[in-house]
Each structure stands twice: as structure tokens, then as C-alpha cells.
Write a protein that binds this ligand. Structure first.
Ligand SMILES: Cc1cc2nc3c(=O)[nH]c(=O)nc-3n(C[C@H](O)[C@H](O)[C@H](O)COP(=O)(O)OP(=O)(O)OC[C@H]3O[C@@H](n4cnc5c(N)ncnc54)[C@H](O)[C@@H]3O)c2cc1C
Length: 498
């Protein structure tokens, strides 16, 4: 199709690029803080939440470090470092508080439409792992953010917590698990729709679907000018913005590079795709009610920890096991195979080559994952569901993650598994790169965007922020009384009593 060059001018205070949970969360926060600002949301697909935020494109774990063992490494002296776990949990508490506010204020009618209480469990086998899990439990059990956690090595107790996992298991291997009722399953796709529905009902909000942002440049006045292709008419539309959030998921890196800001130099991306096995057979689904996280195998990236999850999507329970890592050069599930090659620039080539050189175990792991047979996948599942039958499980392709590669003075380049907010041009543009701990911590990440990009507005917004998020500004871990209050209030409002 030839390009129609008709240019329509429009301008917003804020442009959100992407229709995922991150843009939707930032849009909702800003609309509540500053109702008179105009906001335009541009998404390249025909609906919001069709990439990583879609319910079946991620595992839907409300990551709060209740069960993920990679957040609690063992130190050389045998003690457990819980600092990362506390940080992830604190971040999730911000999401819980904001979501509770949205329910209390009528923005979201029913929390069960996107959030369900599902116990979180860690499950390990073998003497060494069982000993580690016991030490982890001892380190966390009295912490206010982890209260209610239980530990057991008793097969009868484990069978009560996770019958499907214990069925058909031969005696002899030492097993251990922790269980905590405070866990959640989150349908981030449904949440995105709820937030965008709220925004769509507000004055000054425009949702432009099937609109792909192709370029963005800052003009002399400091405002941004975006070239946006209307994919229905193929016309290129020119859009102005005082502030731009690049919440394009895997598509964020190429757009960040197009801004030309110095902060974009030297940054690269490494895509890792994911697959899950899904079971919807009600006989099997009814015998499991937990998110059970195990230990990652050697060389596996942290997001590849195997887990067996109860999912609640559109009111129906299903099971998910995985992820199995894959490799594609696409940056988005519905992206182009040219995404990775086109992202390589002179300024990030060195960092990318250094990462390729220094990450051989990861490369080996990915090659092994990509080449594995269905039988090998099923055997990994049988570590968790010994009686699993191939006929009950279908392989589905999840969302695409793009891990951040950054320059490093010593190593040349490093591969990061976390999330990175890149801001520049005096806080008039922010991009979100990376994907972990992901959507669960969307509120915490967007509060970081707000504090980096709108420092002069913060004093005005402070009271509203505290009304929406009572723990805003200081950790709950240091305030056990507020922690208990917040837990009680959010549990009630979000209907999380199990
Ligand atoms: C396999 C897997 C499992 C995961 N499990 C969990 C989990 O259990 N818990 C958790 O909290 N997180 C999890 N995550 C992470 C979570 O899914 C992401 O952090 C989150 O969905 C990212 O949201 P987003 O809005 O940034 O991106 P996305 O949801 O990917 O949205 C990006 C949007 O940008 C649009 N877009 C892209 N380029 C352009 C452009 N040029 N112009 C206009 N629009 C554009 C896309 O169409 C899309 O609408 C998982 C991710 C994966 C891949």
C-alpha cells in the first residue's frame, strides 16, 4: 500500500505510546492527579492488551516475592538475603493500594474481574534445596510483609496444599514447600481494559488504536512531535506532546533510539520468548489451587523459573506450566523478524558483542530450550505433575520479553533482567525497558516515572497520592502498624479473603 501523506495536527499534554498495562496505569494515575491534562494513547494493534499484558501472554503472578526463590539468594555464610524480596513485595503493595483505591472510588466495579486470591508456594526437592527453603522460611516468617507463611516437609501436608503435585509421586526423595494465603493471580489484560475504559470516560482522553508511532523528535520549544501511521487509512498523522511515555513493551527500545536523547545511546535489547503448557481439563484443574514456584536450572535466566499456576481468566480456572524459553528476533509477539537486527547501532554494538561473549551459559540454555522435544517439555512438567498426560496439555506461545543490554565500563556490556526507566530531555520523555518483575509492579514503576519527570508537580499531587496510596513515600516494612492496616484494607476492598 502506498503511503497517504495527509497530515492531521493534534496535540496533547501527555502521549502514551502503547496500549499495555504500563501505559494504562500511568494514564490512570495522571488523570486522577491532573484531570485537566489531555492524554492521547496510541496503540498499533486493533485493541489494547494484545501483547505481553494479555492474560495468556504472561503468567499472571502478582509478584510479591512470596514464592519466587530467585529474590532470596543464600549468602556464603548460609544466611538468606531477603532485601530484594522485601523490595519486590513493597512494590506490589503499591499496586494493591492503588487497585483498592480504584475499587473504593468506583473506577473498578468488581476486583474479581482482574484479581483473585491464589496461595503462593515454593516447592523444592533434595536435601540441599530443602535446607535452603527452610532457611528462607526462617528469614521471612516474622517479617510483616510475609506474615502467614508456612513451611512443611510432611508429605501429608504437602498433599493437602497441592494434591495434583503429590499424586503419583514415589516416596524416597525429600520434599519441602512453603505456603502463603496472601498470593494472587492477576489478569493484567482485564486490568488494562478496566483502566482504559475508565480513561475513555474522562474528558480530554483519546484512544487511537491501529495507530503506530513511527518516529518522534523534540522541537526547539521542548515539545515532542510524533509521526504516527494510521494503519487503517495508511495516512501519517503528526501529533504534538509536552510529555511522551514510551510504554511500547518490546517496541520501546527502537522508539527510545529514535528520540536521539543521549540516555538512549549504548542501550541494546535481547529478546527472549516464552512458551507455556496450558491445561483446561476441569478434572485436573480442580485438583490444583496454587501458584507453585520451583528452582531455576543452571544457566537459566531468572524469569525461567519453572512454575505450575492456577490461572483465573474470565471467571474460569485453568493451569499453566512453564515457561519454556525460546528465541526469536522479534521484539513484540506481533512484531517483525527485523526488530533485533535493526536495533543494532554503532553505539550499542560493543555492549551487545560483550554480552554475547560473556553469556555462554544463557546461550547454551536457550539453544537447549529451543531444540527440546515435546517429550522433554512433558518431563519437566512431570517434576511438578507426575501423572501428567500429553493429551491434557497444549503448548501456547506467551509474550515477548526484551532484556536490556547496557554499556559497562569493566565488561563492555551487561545483560539485565530487571526493569529500567530511561528518562531524558528534562523529563519530557520516559521509556520503560525490560520486563521483570513486570506488570505486578506497574504502579511502583509509574510512580518512578512521575517522580523523575514531574518533580515540580509533586508537592501539589502529594495529598492525592497519599489518599490513593497511603504508604506512598516510605516503606511499609518500617511501619508495621500501617502495614497491617494496609493489608487489612486492601484485602477487604479487593475481596482477597481466601
Ligand atoms: C512469558 C511472560 C511471563 C510473564 N509473567 C508475568 C507475571 O507472572 N507477572 C507479572 O507481573 N509480569 C509478568 N510478565 C511481564 C508483564 O507481562 C509485562 O511486564 C507487562 O505486560 C508489560 O506491559 P507493557 O504495557 O509495558 O507492554 P505490553 O503489554 O507488551 O504492551 C505494549 C503495547 O505497545 C504497543 N506498541 C508497540 N510498539 C508500538 C508503536 N510503535 N506504536 C504504537 N504502539 C506500539 C503494543 O501493540 C502494545 O499495545 C511476563 C511477561 C512474559 C513475556
Amino acid at each position: 500500500m502506498t503511503s497517504n501523506t495527509t497530515r492531521t495536527e493534534s496535540a496533547y499534554d501527555v502521549v502514551l505510546i502503547g496500549g499495555g498495562v504500563m501505559s494504562a496505569t500511568l494514564g490512570a494515575l495522571l488523570k486522577l492527579l491532573q484531570p485537566d491534562w489531555s492524554i492521547g494513547m496510541f496503540g498499533r494493534l486493533d485493541d489494547v492488551a494484545k501483547e505481553s499484558s494479555n492474560a495468556w501472554n504472561n503468567a499472571g503472578t502478582g509478584h510479591s516475592a512470596l514464592c519466587e526463590l530467585n529474590y532470596t539468594p543464600s549468602r556464603a555464610d548460609g544466611t538468606i538475603d531477603i532485601s530484594k524480596a522485601v523490595g519486590v513485595n513493597e512494590a506490589f503493595q503499591l499496586s494493591r493500594q492503588f487497585w483498592a483505591y480504584l475499587v473504593e472510588s468506583g473506577v473498578i466495579a468488581s476486583p474479581r474481574a482482574f484479581l483473585n486470591p491464589i496461595p503462593h508456594m515454593s516447592f523444592v526437592w533434595g536435601d540441599e534445596n530443602c535446607d535452603y527453603l527452610r532457611r528462607r522460611y526462617e528469614a521471612l516468617k516474622d517479617h510483616p510483609l510475609f506474615s502467614g507463611m508456612r513451611f512443611s516437609t510432611d508429605p501429608a501436608q504437602l498433599a493437602q496444599w497441592m494434591p495434583l503435585v503429590m499424586e503419583g509421586r514415589t516416596a524416597g526423595t525429600k520434599l519441602a514447600a512453603t505456603w502463603i494465603a496472601a498470593g494472587t493471580d492477576v489478569n493484567f489484560g482485564a486490568l488494562t481494559h478496566l483502566l482504559v475504559n475508565f480513561l475513555s470516560g474522562q474528558p480530554g482522553f483519546d484512544l487511537k488504536l491501529s495507530h503506530e508511532v513511527e518516529d518522534l523528535k523534540q522541537d526547539a520549544s521542548g515539545s515532542w512531535r510524533l509521526a504516527v501511521r494510521d494503519l487503517t487509512s495508511n495516512a501519517t498523522v503528526s501529533v504534538g506532546a509536552r510529555f511522551v511515555f514510551i510504554g511500547a513493551g518490546g517496541g520501546a527500545l527502537p522508539l527510545l533510539q529514535k528520540t536521539g536523547i543521549p540516555e538512549s545511546k549504548g542501550v541494546g535489547g535481547f529478546p527472549v520468548s516464552g512458551q507455556f503448557l496450558r491445561c483446561t481439563n476441569p478434572d485436573i484443574v480442580s485438583r490444583h489451587h496454587a501458584k507453585v514456584y520451583g528452582k531455576a536450572s543452571v544457566g537459566a535466566p531468572p524469569m525461567s523459573v519453572p512454575h505450575l499456576d492456577t490461572r483465573v481468566i474470565d471467571g474460569k480456572e485453568g493451569l499453566l506450566f512453564g515457561p519454556y524459553a525460546g528465541f526469536s528476533t522479534k521484539f513484540l509477539k506481533q512484531g517483525s523478524l527485523w526488530d533485533l537486527p535493526k536495533s543494532i547501532r554503532m553505539d550499542n554494538l560493543g555492549a551487545m558483542l560483550a554480552v554475547a561473549r560473556d553469556n555462554m551459559p544463557l546461550t547454551r540454555y536457550l539453544v537447549q530450550q529451543v531444540l527440546q522435544s515435546n517429550e522433554t517439555r512433558l518431563n519437566a512438567l512431570r517434576d511438578f505433575v507426575p501423572n501428567a498426560q500429553a493429551k491434557d496439555w497444549e503448548l501456547i506461545t506467551a509474550g515477548q520479553r526484551v532484556q536490556v543490554i547496557k554499556k559497562d565500563a569493566k565488561k563492555g556490556g551487561v545483560l539485565q533482567f530487571g526493569t529500567e526507566v530511561v528518562t531524558g530531555a528534562n523529563g519530557t520523555v520516559a521509556a520503560l525497558l525490560g520486563a521483570s518483575p513486570g506488570a505486578s509492579t506497574a504502579v511502583s514503576i509509574m510512580l518512578t516515572v512521575i517522580s523523575k519527570c514531574f518533580p515540580s508537580e509533586l508537592p501539589r499531587w502529594d495529598a492525592k497520592l497519599r489518599e490513593m496510596i497511603p504508604s506512598y513515600g516510605a516503606p511499609l516494612a518500617d511501619r508495621p502498624e500501617l502495614c497491617a492496616q494496609v493489608h487489612e484494607r486492601t484485602t477487604r476492598s479487593l475481596q482477597l479473603e481466601s
